[in-house]
Write a protein that binds this ligand. Structure first.
Ligand SMILES: [Zn+2]
Length: 107
């Protein structure tokens, strides 16, 4: 049987091709400041500032899943891939990458 690994704490930053991206864990109230009307955000990649915000009220495992998703958005921006993708495709790819990384790193 596959043993589930413990998730380490959310790091203060993650390295990407374009340099380190700071990561902050925020409250639900703070996160909703960046949401569109009627949208519930679990994570957010601030493109211009190159910063990731993660909702702190989720389990550490859910925070990691969200962090890898936002990391993928940052990766696509750094590598220019997001220029040629529509939003739905990008979201699907970010989810796929997040699922893959969760399996490898977090069991
Ligand atoms: Zn996304």
């Amino acid at each position: 049987m596959r043993k589930r690994k413990r998730c380490p704490p959310i790091p203060k930053s993650l390295d990407l091709p374009g340099g380190p991206v700071p990561v902050e864990v925020v409250s639900r109230k703070k996160m909703q400041e960046w949401a569109d009307k009627g949208e519930e955000l679990f994570g957010y990649f601030h493109e211009a500032e190159r910063r990731i915000s993660i909702l702190g009220t989720m389990s550490t495992s859910a925070q990691w899943r969200t962090l890898w998703h936002e990391w993928a958005h940052a990766l696509f921006q750094d590598t220019g891939l997001s220029n040629g993708m529509n939003l739905a495709t990008e979201e699907s790819l970010c989810d796929a990458i997040s699922s893959g990384l969760m399996r490898v790193w977090h069991g």
